[in-house]
Ligand binder design. Structure first.
Ligand SMILES: CC(C)(COP(=O)(O)OP(=O)(O)OC[C@H]1O[C@@H](n2cnc3c(N)ncnc32)[C@H](O)[C@@H]1OP(=O)(O)O)[C@@H](O)C(=O)NCCC(=O)NCCS
Length: 372
């Protein structure tokens, strides 16, 4: 049995295709290289949920529903206010997504129509919750969402109180498209396992956030930036990275369970990071990242994954480091909920077996004072 279920096919899905040898990623048949330059997050979310690109009317409708679903209840904000200011944002998000269910009258309604509405709400409100968490921990009140901005633009607005300029908005929008789905990644798989018990969408999404938090998954983007900031000057990049490799430390943002060639999302994020650095007059992080990428290719033959260049791109546009992973969640909630809708449509309990490696059965129980 392969460790970590590597290459095990654990189910069928029509949502996302990955060819790890050729570096292909497509959502519902549309290559990520088609979607990243042409689509929007709202359109991509519609594609993931409903299986085809929307007509103009459908796109307007999905966009409106997402915008109208952004506001969260005062009760939820009151829950968030209870969290200690030191709470890690992903931990706060995990609890908040769980708590959202208690303020949704449809949370226990398993009908396909209610589940589709909840997919929209969960995706819309994850952004609102992340922004509210970020504000509250700084002692500031949450900023209510606007309905006239895009998902990306409104997220930035709720975080900062200012609508982003079109360049920053597009950067965030493309980042949302690139992170929206990735087949049976750990968090989506966790969500599908929970849904397969016929538990509700909020419970399933909460499972996903717990898995996404880990540094081997969504948590890697923040660790990339911490590594870059920890390198005192650009001249010591090679020394630090080679030192980490000598000590058998993993370099965050490199390697992938599925891709054996360049992660196609990294192709876009590298360029986005480079452009953002030039635009903001701060190419230091991009330059350091490029050097690390060269070292990792030469020393380990490992490629940058989605998290590597997203770190420097987000940092130069001012996203706080510990919001990198929550921002990943803002996007991934769309793909995750698409997988939940698919799971409920043709459900069977997911319950694999373990290869037993313990003692052969038959040991005799002995009283505690007679044990050696
Ligand atoms: C993504 C990841 C979890 C995949 O794990 P995996 O498929 O189980 O692969 P392994 O951890 O077994 O790695 C295989 C080999 O590559 C090496 N390797 C993998 N990623 C590495 C990294 N980031 N830095 C250094 N070496 C790495 C491992 O040490 C191992 O080498 P070995 O065979 O000599 O022991 C792993 O590459 C990793 O931890 N990357 C860093 C975290 C990260 O960026 N996560 C985000 C993923 S999108």
């Amino acid at each position: 049995m392969p460790a970590g279920l590597q290459d095990v096919v654990a189910g069928q899905s029509e949502i996302c295709f990955i060819d790890g040898e050729k570096g292909i990623l497509s959502y519902r048949g549309y290559d990520i290289h088609e979607l990243a330059p042409n689509s929007t997050f709202e359109e991509t979310a519609h594609l993931l949920w409903f299986g085809s690109l929307p007509t103009s009317h459908q796109l307007d409708e999905t966009t409106r529903q997402m915008a109208d679903s952004r506001a969260v209840s005062d009760g939820l904000i009151a829950v968030l206010r209870q969290f200690p200011k030191t709470t890690v944002p992903m931990a706060a998000l995990r609890t908040a997504v769980s708590a959202l269910s208690m303020f949704d009258p449809e949370s226990e309604d398993p009908s396909p129509e209610a589940n589709r509405r909840k997919a929209v709400r969960l995706t819309a409100q994850t952004a609102t919750v992340v922004a509210a968490i970020a504000r509250l921990r700084q002692g500031e009140d949450p900023i209510p969402p606007r309905t006239d901005l895009s998902h990306a633009g409104n997220f930035y607005y709720m975080l900062t109180g200012k609508a982003p300029n079109s360049t920053v908005e597009r950067l965030l929008d493309v980042a949302l498209i690139l992170h929206a789905d990735h087949e049976l990644n750990a968090s989506t798989f966790a969500a599908r396992v929970t849904a397969a018990t016929l538990s509700d969408m909020y419970s399933s999404a909460t499972s996903a956030i717990g898995a996404l938090k880990g540094p081997l998954h969504g948590g890697a983007n923040a660790n990339v930036m911490k590594m870059l900031l920890g390198i005192s000057d650009s001249a010591s990049v090679a020394t630090v990275v080679r030192g980490m490799l000598d000590q058998k430390h993993k370099i965050p943002g490199f390697g992938h369970r599925v891709y054996r060639t360049e992660d196609p999302r990294a192709t876009h994020l590298r360029e986005m990071s480079r452009e953002a650095g030039v635009r903001e007059g701060n190419s230091k992080w991009f330059d350091m990242s490029s050097e690390i990428e060269e070292i990792m290719k030469a020393e380990k033959n490992l490629n940058a994954n989605v998290d590597f260049y997203s770190a420097s791109a987000y940092y130069v546009v001012g996203l706080p480091i510990d919001l990198f992973t929550p921002f990943f969640a803002v996007s991934r909630m769309s793909g995750c909920t698409a997988h939940l809708l698919e799971q409920y449509t043709d459900n069977r309990l997911i319950r694999p077996r373990a290869e037993y490696t313990g003692h052969a059965p038959g040991l005799q129980w002995v009283p505690v004072d007679q044990r050696g």
